[in-house]
Design a protein around this ligand. Structure first.
Ligand code: ZN
Ligand code: ZN
Length: 126
């Protein structure tokens, strides 16, 4: 939001989806979080690395925010020996070639929000 932190991501997303879990709703203040997933090699912070703060387990799953404006920049998802970067798609400045293809954690979606598209819906992980 403030421009202190900038990243570059290759347009080689492994998946894109809308997550309705309570954490994604709270961190964005929105009905859901559109997420694009990619390999760590395809992502780098090009500016403002020193302005990042970590929320969560530094050795496992964590979010990194800009400490100046609070924007969520990315999530580090380390599970079962592999790592993925999750980018909140609202932070992308150029349109990606991928579009969200499903809704996940619909079992905990906001009751005041109605999904009106025809994408597949999953109660939790697909
Ligand atoms: Zn989520
Ligand atoms: Zn900022």
């Amino acid at each position: 939001m403030c421009g202190a932190v900038e990243y570059e991501a290759e347009d080689r997303f492994l998946y894109a989806l809308n997550c309705h879990c309570s954490k994604c709703r709270r961190t964005t203040g929105s009905a859901f979080k559109p997420i694009a997933g990619l390999r760590p090699d395809d992502f780098r912070i090009v500016h403002g690395k020193e302005e990042l703060f970590t929320h969560g387990n530094p050795d496992g799953i964590h979010d990194r925010h800009c400490r100046l404006c609070g924007s969520l920049i990315y999530s580090w998802i380390a599970e079962n020996g592999s790592v993925k970067i999750h980018i909140p798609m609202g932070t992308l400045m150029d349109p990606p070639s991928s579009r969200p293809s499903m809704h996940i954690f619909v079992g905990s979606k906001a009751p005041w929000y109605e999904i009106t598209d025809d994408l597949p819906q999953y109660q939790g992980f697909p």
